[in-house]
Design a protein around this ligand. Structure first.
Ligand code: HGY
Ligand code: MN
Ligand code: MN
Length: 409
């Protein structure tokens, strides 16, 4: 990379602030659930930024927003990206940083009058969070050929809204085929979302891969009855069963190395104080760096549920919401990220990602790597999520350097 090529730090920070205003929450975070009006506003803003930069803007059939900078030669593109949708209690940085930094890399090249050998692009993938529609990383999963557009369009949210209908409603059912732009490589800048980097006094992360993830939806059916007159022995209480399952999954995390588990969704019907519930719908988010150990944890949960169902007379059914194996990133790209950090005099250390990312999908179709910056307090999926301007600029400069290298090799 020409030695003094850098991103424009104030422009990066001001673009992030501008996007943060869209779907801003009173607690200081962002709420841009996938395909919501706030997501549409964010997309509209991004398309405007891409057009102002002179990028060739394309929208595909799952709503991925792509801005392309033509290279000198025809061929696969170096793709930068992430997502702009958030969870319900989202922060300002998760996803947004990677899209804004990708935009900034292309702007910096434009400012310097540099045209890469290869095409380069920045993508905002649809529904990375999976907070509204399942699975998570849906837009990049479809882009990578893991799920058909038809199946993705048929997905419904908890209120029964259909993904394809919502996509058309917000005007982002685009004409391009997902994956229309052949990928030479993919790089993603993201906040760490955990406490590791900050705990080590800061510095960047050269991400070597992402752990395996399984999301299950359990439907528990019991028998609604009066909370005051029904003797305990006569009750078939799915609310109690849900609590037992949640506790069982939690206890597994102390028995299976690296195992994580939580239940983020618990919907009780009819949800009246004085009714022993009729049914409960609950989620289980199970993760482990090792596929085999995650499979062991899931098998243990299923066996526990079978026993509980038999003993307590509760019907239990399962539905997969997401199921993605652990991935390892491309060693040559990881090394390139480390080299770029070294050239810039920035400390960096290797680590895997606890969170899922679009890079998990892109690594199915091209060499992929990620760069992390520290999350203050290790917080994310929380309005108080915070990273410093200095770390954002450092991460974006490493992204620029690593991307420029692969766009010209
Ligand atoms: O759930 C995840 O790991 C990501 O934030 N979608
Ligand atoms: Mn993210
Ligand atoms: Mn997230």
């Amino acid at each position: 990379m020409s030695a003094n090529l850098r991103i424009d730090g104030p422009r990066l920070v001001s673009r992030l602030e501008a996007l943060s205003k869209i779907g801003a929450t009173p607690e200081g975070g962002c709420r841009r659930l996938a395909l919501s009006d706030e997501d549409r506003q964010g997309r509209d803003w991004l398309v405007g930024q891409m057009q102002a930069l002179g990028l060739d803007v394309k929208i595909d059939a799952i709503g991925n927003v792509v801005g392309i900078l033509k290279g000198r030669e025809e061929g696969p593109a170096v793709i930068l990206g992430s997502h702009i949708d958030t969870v319900g209690t989202g922060g300002r940085f998760d996803g947004a940083l990677g899209v804004i930094a990708g935009l900034e890399v292309l702007a910096a090249l434009r400012d310097a009058g540099l045209q890469p050998k290869r095409d380069m692009a920045v993508i905002a993938f649809t529904n990375e969070e999976g907070a509204r529609f399942h699975p998570d990383m849906l837009g990049s999963y479809v882009w990578a050929g893991g799920m058909s557009v038809e199946a993705a369009h048929a997905e419904k949210d908890a209120e029964g809204a259909v993904l394809g209908t919502e996509l058309k409603r917000i005007g982002y059912h685009g004409p391009e085929r997902p994956g229309f732009l052949k990928a030479h490589s993919y790089l993603e800048l993201h906040i760490e979302q955990g406490p590791v980097l900050e705990g080590e006094g800061g510095g960047l992360g050269a991400v070597t891969g992402i752990q395996a993830i399984t999301w299950l939806e359990l439907t528990l059916k019991g028998r609604p009855s009066h909370a005051g007159t029904t003797p305990m022995a006569y009750r078939r209480d799915p609310g109690l069963a849900a609590a037992r399952i949640n506790l069982f999954a939690n206890e597994l995390t102390g028995k299976i190395p690296g195992q994580l588990a939580n239940s983020g969704v618990i919907r009780v019907e009819p949800g009246n104080v004085n009714v022993v519930p009729e049914s409960v719908i609950m989620s289980l988010d199970l993760r482990n760096p090792k596929d085999a150990l995650l499979a062991e944890a899931e098998a243990a949960v299923r066996a526990f549920c079978a026993e509980l169902s038999e003993r307590d007379g509760i019907q239990i059914s399962f539905r997969d919401l997401a199921r993605f194996p652990a991935v390892e990133f491309a060693s040559e790209l990881i090394y390139g990220v480390e080299m770029s950090a070294a050239e810039l005099g920035l400390p960096i250390r290797r680590m895997i990602s606890g969170a899922g990312h679009d890079a998990q999908m892109m690594s199915r179709i091209c060499p992929t790597a990620m760069i992390f910056i520290p999350s203050i307090g290790g917080l994310s999926h929380n309005p108080a999520e915070f990273s410093t301007d200095e770390d954002m600029v450092a991460g974006a400069n490493v992204l620029l350097s690593a991307a420029w290298r692969v766009a010209n090799n």
